[in-house]
Write a protein that binds this ligand. Structure first.
Ligand SMILES: NC(=O)c1ccc[n+]([C@@H]2O[C@H](COP(=O)([O-])OP(=O)(O)OC[C@H]3O[C@@H](n4cnc5c(N)ncnc54)[C@H](OP(=O)(O)O)[C@@H]3O)[C@@H](O)[C@H]2O)c1
Length: 297
Protein backbone atom coordinates (compact mmCIF):
# COMPACT_ATOMS: atom_id res chain seq x y z
CA UNK A 1 0.00 0.00 0.00
CA UNK A 2 1.25 3.52 -0.74
CA UNK A 3 0.93 5.70 2.34
CA UNK A 4 1.61 9.43 2.36
CA UNK A 5 2.25 10.95 5.79
CA UNK A 6 2.44 14.66 6.34
CA UNK A 7 4.46 15.72 9.39
CA UNK A 8 6.54 12.56 9.78
CA UNK A 9 9.36 14.67 11.19
CA UNK A 10 7.11 15.54 14.12
CA UNK A 11 6.53 13.57 17.29
CA UNK A 12 3.43 11.64 16.22
CA UNK A 13 4.15 11.38 12.49
CA UNK A 14 7.59 9.93 13.18
CA UNK A 15 6.10 7.14 15.30
CA UNK A 16 3.50 6.43 12.62
CA UNK A 17 6.07 6.36 9.80
CA UNK A 18 8.50 4.16 11.74
CA UNK A 19 5.79 1.59 12.42
CA UNK A 20 4.17 1.56 9.01
CA UNK A 21 7.44 1.05 7.10
CA UNK A 22 8.18 -1.95 9.29
CA UNK A 23 5.03 -3.49 7.83
CA UNK A 24 6.26 -3.39 4.24
CA UNK A 25 4.14 -0.47 3.13
CA UNK A 26 5.62 2.10 0.79
CA UNK A 27 5.79 5.16 2.99
CA UNK A 28 6.28 8.69 1.70
CA UNK A 29 6.48 11.77 3.81
CA UNK A 30 6.19 15.45 3.17
CA UNK A 31 9.05 17.07 5.03
CA UNK A 32 9.41 20.72 5.81
CA UNK A 33 12.35 21.81 7.98
CA UNK A 34 13.46 18.35 9.12
CA UNK A 35 13.70 14.95 7.50
CA UNK A 36 14.99 12.47 10.08
CA UNK A 37 16.30 9.20 8.76
CA UNK A 38 13.62 6.53 8.90
CA UNK A 39 14.52 3.36 7.06
CA UNK A 40 12.54 3.07 3.84
CA UNK A 41 10.68 6.38 4.17
CA UNK A 42 10.94 8.49 1.06
CA UNK A 43 11.06 12.17 1.96
CA UNK A 44 9.51 14.79 -0.27
CA UNK A 45 10.50 18.33 0.65
CA UNK A 46 7.55 20.68 0.70
CA UNK A 47 6.35 23.62 2.74
CA UNK A 48 2.62 23.18 3.23
CA UNK A 49 2.15 26.95 3.37
CA UNK A 50 2.28 26.66 -0.39
CA UNK A 51 -0.56 24.63 -1.84
CA UNK A 52 0.94 24.59 -5.35
CA UNK A 53 2.89 21.41 -5.78
CA UNK A 54 0.79 19.21 -3.51
CA UNK A 55 -1.01 17.86 -6.57
CA UNK A 56 2.36 16.89 -8.08
CA UNK A 57 3.20 15.01 -4.89
CA UNK A 58 -0.09 13.10 -5.14
CA UNK A 59 0.64 12.29 -8.78
CA UNK A 60 4.11 11.00 -7.96
CA UNK A 61 3.12 9.00 -4.89
CA UNK A 62 -0.30 7.68 -5.98
CA UNK A 63 -1.30 7.23 -2.34
CA UNK A 64 -3.93 4.75 -1.16
CA UNK A 65 -3.98 6.44 2.22
CA UNK A 66 -2.97 9.90 3.43
CA UNK A 67 -2.31 10.45 7.13
CA UNK A 68 -2.36 14.19 7.70
CA UNK A 69 -0.55 15.06 10.92
CA UNK A 70 1.41 18.14 9.82
CA UNK A 71 0.32 21.26 11.65
CA UNK A 72 1.54 24.25 13.55
CA UNK A 73 1.08 22.70 16.97
CA UNK A 74 2.35 25.32 19.40
CA UNK A 75 -0.62 27.09 20.99
CA UNK A 76 1.57 30.15 21.58
CA UNK A 77 2.95 30.27 18.03
CA UNK A 78 -0.52 29.86 16.53
CA UNK A 79 -1.70 32.77 18.62
CA UNK A 80 1.12 35.09 17.57
CA UNK A 81 1.29 33.98 13.93
CA UNK A 82 -2.37 33.50 13.08
CA UNK A 83 -1.91 33.89 9.36
CA UNK A 84 0.52 30.98 9.06
CA UNK A 85 -1.55 28.93 11.51
CA UNK A 86 -4.57 29.33 9.24
CA UNK A 87 -2.59 28.50 6.13
CA UNK A 88 -0.80 25.45 7.53
CA UNK A 89 -3.62 24.06 9.67
CA UNK A 90 -6.64 24.89 7.52
CA UNK A 91 -5.66 25.78 3.97
CA UNK A 92 -3.25 22.87 3.50
CA UNK A 93 -5.87 20.51 4.92
CA UNK A 94 -8.35 21.82 2.39
CA UNK A 95 -5.94 21.14 -0.49
CA UNK A 96 -5.13 17.66 0.79
CA UNK A 97 -8.82 16.78 1.34
CA UNK A 98 -9.67 18.03 -2.12
CA UNK A 99 -6.96 15.88 -3.72
CA UNK A 100 -8.00 12.85 -1.65
CA UNK A 101 -11.55 13.28 -2.83
CA UNK A 102 -10.46 13.58 -6.44
CA UNK A 103 -8.43 10.35 -6.29
CA UNK A 104 -10.73 8.51 -3.86
CA UNK A 105 -7.85 8.30 -1.40
CA UNK A 106 -8.62 7.46 2.23
CA UNK A 107 -7.74 10.44 4.45
CA UNK A 108 -7.00 10.11 8.16
CA UNK A 109 -6.88 13.52 9.82
CA UNK A 110 -5.19 13.94 13.22
CA UNK A 111 -7.35 16.28 15.24
CA UNK A 112 -7.32 17.07 18.93
CA UNK A 113 -9.28 16.84 22.18
CA UNK A 114 -8.82 20.62 22.39
CA UNK A 115 -11.76 21.17 20.04
CA UNK A 116 -13.78 21.08 23.28
CA UNK A 117 -13.84 23.96 25.74
CA UNK A 118 -13.07 21.76 28.73
CA UNK A 119 -15.85 23.00 30.95
CA UNK A 120 -17.35 19.55 31.39
CA UNK A 121 -14.99 16.71 30.40
CA UNK A 122 -15.84 13.15 29.30
CA UNK A 123 -16.64 14.24 25.77
CA UNK A 124 -18.05 11.81 23.24
CA UNK A 125 -18.14 12.22 19.46
CA UNK A 126 -21.70 13.58 19.70
CA UNK A 127 -20.84 16.48 22.01
CA UNK A 128 -20.76 20.02 20.63
CA UNK A 129 -17.30 21.53 20.11
CA UNK A 130 -16.19 24.94 21.32
CA UNK A 131 -12.43 25.42 20.98
CA UNK A 132 -10.73 27.90 23.32
CA UNK A 133 -7.33 28.67 21.76
CA UNK A 134 -6.63 29.86 18.24
CA UNK A 135 -4.70 26.62 17.60
CA UNK A 136 -7.75 24.57 18.59
CA UNK A 137 -9.99 26.75 16.45
CA UNK A 138 -7.85 26.06 13.38
CA UNK A 139 -8.02 22.33 14.11
CA UNK A 140 -11.82 22.46 14.42
CA UNK A 141 -12.19 24.39 11.18
CA UNK A 142 -9.87 21.86 9.52
CA UNK A 143 -12.21 19.09 10.70
CA UNK A 144 -15.09 20.88 8.98
CA UNK A 145 -13.01 21.27 5.85
CA UNK A 146 -12.26 17.53 5.78
CA UNK A 147 -15.95 16.75 6.34
CA UNK A 148 -17.07 18.99 3.53
CA UNK A 149 -14.40 18.08 0.95
CA UNK A 150 -14.37 14.29 1.10
CA UNK A 151 -16.53 11.46 2.40
CA UNK A 152 -13.63 9.00 2.34
CA UNK A 153 -12.13 10.18 5.62
CA UNK A 154 -11.73 9.54 9.32
CA UNK A 155 -11.11 12.38 11.74
CA UNK A 156 -9.44 11.11 14.89
CA UNK A 157 -9.51 13.41 17.90
CA UNK A 158 -6.42 12.40 19.81
CA UNK A 159 -5.98 13.20 23.46
CA UNK A 160 -2.66 14.40 24.88
CA UNK A 161 -0.03 12.06 23.42
CA UNK A 162 3.11 10.90 25.21
CA UNK A 163 5.95 8.52 24.45
CA UNK A 164 9.60 8.37 23.42
CA UNK A 165 10.79 11.51 21.64
CA UNK A 166 11.26 11.57 17.89
CA UNK A 167 14.58 12.95 16.57
CA UNK A 168 13.19 16.49 16.19
CA UNK A 169 10.21 16.67 18.50
CA UNK A 170 9.03 15.35 21.81
CA UNK A 171 5.86 15.15 23.82
CA UNK A 172 5.08 17.15 26.96
CA UNK A 173 7.12 14.56 28.88
CA UNK A 174 10.20 16.27 27.45
CA UNK A 175 10.14 19.44 29.52
CA UNK A 176 8.67 17.66 32.53
CA UNK A 177 11.45 15.05 32.50
CA UNK A 178 14.12 17.75 32.01
CA UNK A 179 12.89 19.44 35.18
CA UNK A 180 13.03 16.28 37.27
CA UNK A 181 16.44 15.26 35.87
CA UNK A 182 17.86 18.72 36.65
CA UNK A 183 16.38 18.58 40.13
CA UNK A 184 14.32 21.69 39.44
CA UNK A 185 10.78 22.45 40.60
CA UNK A 186 8.18 21.28 38.08
CA UNK A 187 4.98 23.29 38.12
CA UNK A 188 1.89 21.26 37.27
CA UNK A 189 -1.82 22.00 37.32
CA UNK A 190 -4.10 20.28 39.79
CA UNK A 191 -7.20 21.26 37.83
CA UNK A 192 -6.31 20.47 34.22
CA UNK A 193 -7.50 17.02 33.19
CA UNK A 194 -6.65 14.90 30.17
CA UNK A 195 -6.96 11.28 29.08
CA UNK A 196 -3.30 10.83 28.05
CA UNK A 197 -2.66 8.36 25.27
CA UNK A 198 0.53 6.38 24.74
CA UNK A 199 1.77 7.14 21.23
CA UNK A 200 2.11 3.43 20.36
CA UNK A 201 -1.60 3.01 21.11
CA UNK A 202 -2.36 6.00 18.88
CA UNK A 203 -0.37 4.35 16.08
CA UNK A 204 -2.26 1.09 16.68
CA UNK A 205 -5.51 2.96 16.10
CA UNK A 206 -4.22 4.33 12.80
CA UNK A 207 -3.21 0.82 11.76
CA UNK A 208 -6.69 -0.50 12.59
CA UNK A 209 -8.31 2.27 10.55
CA UNK A 210 -6.12 1.46 7.56
CA UNK A 211 -6.91 -2.23 7.94
CA UNK A 212 -10.64 -1.50 7.86
CA UNK A 213 -10.52 1.13 5.17
CA UNK A 214 -12.46 -0.92 2.63
CA UNK A 215 -14.93 -2.40 5.11
CA UNK A 216 -18.13 -0.40 5.46
CA UNK A 217 -19.48 1.43 7.33
CA UNK A 218 -16.82 4.14 7.27
CA UNK A 219 -16.07 5.63 10.68
CA UNK A 220 -15.86 9.35 9.99
CA UNK A 221 -15.19 10.63 13.48
CA UNK A 222 -13.63 8.89 16.45
CA UNK A 223 -12.11 9.77 19.82
CA UNK A 224 -8.79 8.28 20.88
CA UNK A 225 -7.64 8.79 24.45
CA UNK A 226 -6.17 6.71 27.22
CA UNK A 227 -8.29 4.82 29.75
CA UNK A 228 -7.83 7.27 32.65
CA UNK A 229 -8.80 10.86 33.34
CA UNK A 230 -5.76 12.38 35.06
CA UNK A 231 -4.69 15.82 36.20
CA UNK A 232 -1.25 17.11 35.18
CA UNK A 233 -0.15 16.53 38.78
CA UNK A 234 -1.37 12.91 38.63
CA UNK A 235 0.67 12.41 35.46
CA UNK A 236 3.75 13.97 37.10
CA UNK A 237 3.46 11.67 40.12
CA UNK A 238 3.13 8.55 37.98
CA UNK A 239 6.15 9.71 35.92
CA UNK A 240 8.23 10.16 39.09
CA UNK A 241 7.16 6.72 40.33
CA UNK A 242 8.16 4.98 37.09
CA UNK A 243 11.43 6.85 36.49
CA UNK A 244 12.57 7.07 40.11
CA UNK A 245 12.36 10.82 40.71
CA UNK A 246 11.19 12.49 43.88
CA UNK A 247 7.69 13.89 43.47
CA UNK A 248 8.57 16.55 46.05
CA UNK A 249 9.83 18.55 43.03
CA UNK A 250 6.22 18.91 41.84
CA UNK A 251 4.79 22.34 42.55
CA UNK A 252 1.01 22.06 42.47
CA UNK A 253 -0.91 25.07 41.22
CA UNK A 254 -4.33 25.84 39.84
CA UNK A 255 -4.65 27.17 36.29
CA UNK A 256 -5.84 30.55 37.58
CA UNK A 257 -2.66 30.89 39.71
CA UNK A 258 -0.30 30.73 36.69
CA UNK A 259 0.05 34.52 36.50
CA UNK A 260 -0.59 34.62 32.75
CA UNK A 261 -3.61 33.71 30.67
CA UNK A 262 -3.66 29.95 30.23
CA UNK A 263 -5.08 29.65 26.77
CA UNK A 264 -6.01 26.08 27.39
CA UNK A 265 -9.05 24.04 28.31
CA UNK A 266 -9.47 22.62 31.82
CA UNK A 267 -10.96 19.17 31.24
CA UNK A 268 -10.97 17.73 27.73
CA UNK A 269 -11.10 14.09 28.79
CA UNK A 270 -12.50 11.88 26.03
CA UNK A 271 -14.93 8.99 26.01
CA UNK A 272 -13.46 6.20 23.86
CA UNK A 273 -16.27 3.65 23.75
CA UNK A 274 -16.65 3.93 19.98
CA UNK A 275 -12.97 3.09 19.42
CA UNK A 276 -13.17 0.23 21.93
CA UNK A 277 -16.24 -1.22 20.21
CA UNK A 278 -15.34 -0.80 16.56
CA UNK A 279 -11.54 -0.91 16.57
CA UNK A 280 -10.77 -3.20 19.48
CA UNK A 281 -8.94 -0.27 21.07
CA UNK A 282 -7.61 -1.10 24.51
CA UNK A 283 -5.04 1.58 25.35
CA UNK A 284 -2.51 1.39 28.17
CA UNK A 285 -2.75 3.29 31.43
CA UNK A 286 -0.08 5.98 31.84
CA UNK A 287 1.87 3.74 34.23
CA UNK A 288 1.82 0.92 31.67
CA UNK A 289 2.77 3.27 28.84
CA UNK A 290 5.69 4.76 30.77
CA UNK A 291 6.88 1.30 31.84
CA UNK A 292 6.89 0.29 28.17
CA UNK A 293 8.77 3.47 27.22
CA UNK A 294 11.37 2.75 29.90
CA UNK A 295 12.16 -0.63 28.34
CA UNK A 296 13.45 1.09 25.20
CA UNK A 297 15.48 3.85 26.87
N1 LIG B 1 1.13 15.73 20.45
C1 LIG B 1 -0.09 15.71 20.97
O1 LIG B 1 -0.27 15.60 22.20
C2 LIG B 1 -1.30 15.80 20.07
C3 LIG B 1 -2.58 15.63 20.63
C4 LIG B 1 -3.69 15.71 19.80
C5 LIG B 1 -3.53 15.95 18.45
N2 LIG B 1 -2.30 16.14 17.94
C6 LIG B 1 -2.18 16.43 16.49
O2 LIG B 1 -1.28 15.49 15.94
C7 LIG B 1 -0.53 16.10 14.90
C8 LIG B 1 0.96 15.92 15.16
O3 LIG B 1 1.30 16.51 16.39
P1 LIG B 1 2.80 16.45 16.94
O4 LIG B 1 2.75 16.55 18.40
O5 LIG B 1 3.50 15.31 16.31
O6 LIG B 1 3.37 17.81 16.36
P2 LIG B 1 4.87 18.25 16.05
O7 LIG B 1 5.84 17.37 16.73
O8 LIG B 1 4.91 19.71 16.31
O9 LIG B 1 5.01 17.99 14.48
C9 LIG B 1 4.37 18.82 13.56
C10 LIG B 1 4.76 18.38 12.16
O10 LIG B 1 4.14 19.28 11.22
C11 LIG B 1 5.12 19.65 10.25
N3 LIG B 1 4.87 20.99 9.73
C12 LIG B 1 4.66 22.13 10.41
N4 LIG B 1 4.56 23.17 9.55
C13 LIG B 1 4.71 22.65 8.30
C14 LIG B 1 4.72 23.21 6.99
N5 LIG B 1 4.57 24.53 6.79
N6 LIG B 1 4.91 22.39 5.94
C15 LIG B 1 5.09 21.05 6.10
N7 LIG B 1 5.10 20.47 7.33
C16 LIG B 1 4.91 21.26 8.40
C17 LIG B 1 6.43 19.64 11.01
O11 LIG B 1 7.49 19.52 10.07
P3 LIG B 1 8.94 20.19 10.32
O12 LIG B 1 9.33 19.86 11.72
O13 LIG B 1 9.79 19.52 9.30
O14 LIG B 1 8.75 21.64 10.12
C18 LIG B 1 6.26 18.40 11.88
O15 LIG B 1 6.62 17.26 11.14
C19 LIG B 1 -0.96 17.56 14.86
O16 LIG B 1 -1.88 17.71 13.83
C20 LIG B 1 -1.61 17.80 16.21
O17 LIG B 1 -2.62 18.77 16.11
C21 LIG B 1 -1.18 16.07 18.70
Amino acid sequence: MNILITGASGFFGWHIASTLTAQHNKVFSIAHRNSPVIKDVQWIPHDLRYSEGVDKIFEAVQPDVVIHTAAMTSVKECDTNRKDAMIVNIKSTERIAELCDRGNVYLIYASTDLVFDGTRGNYSEEDPTNPVSFYARTKRVAEEVVQSFTTNHTIVRFALLYGSPSPHSRSFLGWMGDGFRNNEPVTLFTDQFRTPLYVKDAVYLIEKLIEQKDTPPRINLIHAGGPERLSRVDIGRIYCGVFGFSDSLIQEIKMEEKGEVVNDAADVSLVIEKARTFLNFNPKTVREGLEDMKKYM
